[in-house]
Design a protein around this ligand. Structure first.
Ligand SMILES: NC(=O)c1ccc[n+]([C@@H]2O[C@H](COP(=O)([O-])OP(=O)(O)OC[C@H]3O[C@@H](n4cnc5c(N)ncnc54)[C@H](OP(=O)(O)O)[C@@H]3O)[C@@H](O)[C@H]2O)c1
Length: 231
């Protein structure tokens, strides 16, 4: 893969962009305010990065990282995501996103909502259960896959080839993968589950930063996914 689209250029989007650029992947970034507002970020990322519209970023390569607040899903150019592997980082926070009954009652998951909103997209849930500074700090692109230097991230999705593409991107930027199953199992690493955020933090006082990042291996993550209960 040579080009990664990134729709949403905030905490997670800019962190994934940095990891991708450092791994030799070109990125096309978009936010809600227009490409010109991303000039500083693009300059900082260097020649592998450029800014575009959400349509540009969604159609720039075979993979797109979608990393916007859930409340913005309806504003996206849905057709531009048709056929694309979409790596969905979204979490549901009612205080930010407003009340969504299907998510409140547990009958659906955040990434199933994304898949319904972008019906042509091949959605893979990933990057949603790690704090952005930990994501930046724990990447080990030079370490062999499966080595004890690597951390793992959970993925969920209904499209086997899309999950394989996501796994390859994660390997490129320095992460291994634990497959949590179909999108409907994505609740296992949503907010308020054992796999959400905490495993990657080694601080004693809850003051999270890149410096408090803690490696998470496959068995630890599998155990956390298994321990999840649906509220
Ligand atoms: N922060 C974390 O550590 C973390 C970790 C895991 C998962 N998440 C989840 O990942 C998602 C993104 O989180 P974040 O912290 O990266 O958010 P953020 O820092 O607030 O950034 C959100 C980005 O989305 C863009 N955006 C909003 N509406 C858009 C639209 N219609 N079209 C294109 N871009 C749009 C924003 O652009 P403008 O600035 O121009 O509005 C901004 O670049 C959320 O669901 C969050 O819960 C966050």
């Amino acid at each position: 893969m040579t080009t990664l689209g990134i729709v949403g250029a905030g905490h997670i989007g800019s962190t994934v962009a940095r990891l991708a650029v450092d791994a030799g992947v070109d990125v096309v970034l978009a936010n809600s305010r227009g490409p010109e507002t991303l000039a500083d970020l693009v300059a900082d990322l260097g020649p592998r990065a450029r800014a575009g519209t959400a349509t540009d970023a969604a159609s720039a390569g075979d993979l797109v990282v979608l990393t916007v607040p859930l409340k913005a899903l309806g504003d996206l150019p849905a057709d531009a995501f048709d056929g694309q592997v979409v790596l969905d980082t979204g979490n549901y926070y009612p205080q930010r996103d407003g009340r969504i009954p299907d998510l409140d009652d547990g009958s659906s998951t955040a990434s199933e909502l994304t898949a319904r909103t972008l019906p042509g997209a091949r959605v893979v849930k990933v990057f949603n259960n790690i704090f952005f500074e930990h994501l930046g700090a724990l990447a080990r692109p030079e370490a062999p896959a499966g080595s004890d230097e690597r951390s793992v991230l959970a993925i969920a999705g209904d499209d086997t080839a899309a999950k394989q593409a996501a796994t390859e991107l994660l390997d490129t930027i320095g992460y291994d993968v634990v497959d949590a199953g179909p999108l409907a199992e994505g609740w296992r690493f949503q907010p308020d589950t054992p796999a959400y955020g905490l495993p990657y933090d080694g601080s004693s006082d809850g003051t999270w930063s890149g410096a408090t990042a803690k490696r998470v291996g496959a068995q630890e993550l599998r155990d956390a996914l298994t321990a999840a209960t649906r509220g």
